[in-house]
Design a protein around this ligand. Structure first.
Ligand code: CAA
Length: 258
């Protein structure tokens, strides 16, 4: 597959995937999700790739979310399809890979961007990172597993607060919440991720893949399916139309609750 929206490279057993739509702050449209699926799949199948690092291009954003402009005119069925297919192709797929994945979060990780980081096995952030699930400010809910994985990783109380306020948290708070395990200056982010990858490479890849399966085994729940349904339901509402339209028009939304 030829990639338009991502860059890939393999170096000393580390496969690096860089999401490369900097003008859209690396927002995840359908094509980017398909390319990411293919790249993760190819790397996972290669014995020479022992660890995968995923990051965003530029110094501003890891990923600013699902591509709002792509889905703003979808109906409920298309909304559900977006969430279901996205989860299968990328978010569940990454979570269940045999090869460990490190997310090097180099700036905004919002909505689908934070959800991609949460699906990865290890998260490291740069000091300028800003993380959040801003979907309710658009009249929708997280649809790529965020309502489930954020609560699993940082606990229900903090997850509920983040999701309902739609607020971004800085890197220090993300570290305090246990959302990331390390925060480093932006210029040191990739070398820190590589160092972590090299540490992982000292261990048995077979045992690591079994460990990933075993840790994940506690977390298969009905919640992911319910998230897809409720995500789709939001697409039937006036608030969703208003929220996404307001984003495009760069104004504050006027929600009516309908
Ligand atoms: N989708 C589509 N385009 C996006 C985008 C997104 N998620 N995020 C940013 N962009 C685009 C902007 O529209 C803008 O494009 P134009 O220059 O063509 O207008 C460009 O990227 C640069 O963005 P800004 O000018 O807005 O940059 P900023 O520095 O002023 O603000 C920001 C940065 C705070 C991250 C802001 O861009 C923002 O709030 N983005 C949206 C974040 C968001 O709501 N993410 C959740 C998406 S929904 C989702 O992910 C659903 C799901 O779970 C499935």
């Amino acid at each position: 597959m030829n990639y338009e929206n991502i860059l890939t490279e393999i170096n000393e057993g580390i496969g690096t995937i860089t999401i490369n739509r900097p003008k859209q702050l690396n927002a995840l449209n359908r094509q980017t999700i398909e390319e990411l699926h293919d790249a993760f799949d190819q790397f996972d199948k290669q014995d020479t790739v022992r660890v995968i690092i995923v990051t965003g291009s530029g110094d501003k954003a890891f990923v600013a979310g699902a591509d709002i402009k792509e889905f703003m005119n979808f109906d409920a069925e298309q909304g559900r399809g977006l969430a279901r297919e996205g989860q299968a192709l990328l978010f569940d797929f990454v979570q269940n890979l045999d090869t460990p994945v490190i997310a090097a979060v180099n700036g905004f990780a919002l909505g689908g961007g934070l959800e991609l980081a949460l699906a990865s096995h290890i998260r490291i952030a740069s000091d300028n990172a800003k993380v959040g699930l801003p979907e309710v400010s658009l009249g929708v809910i997280p649809g790529y597993g965020g309502t489930q994985r954020l609560a699993q990783i940082i606990g229900k109380g903090r997850a509920m607060e983040m999701i309902l306020t739609a607020e971004m948290k800085d890197a220090t708070t993300a570290l305090k919440y246990g959302m990331v395990t390390e925060v480093v200056p932006l210029e040191n982010l990739m070398e820190t991720a590589v160092k972590k990858a090299k540490k992982l490479m000292r261990n048995s890849p077979m045992a690591q893949s079994l460990a990933i399966k075993s840790v994940n085994a506690s977390y298969y729940q009905e919640g992911f399916k319910e998230e897809v349904n409720l995500f789709g339901q939001a697409f039937t509402t006036q608030d969703f139309k208003e929220g996404t339209q307001a984003f495009v028009e760069r104004r504050k939304p006027n929600f009516t609750g309908k």
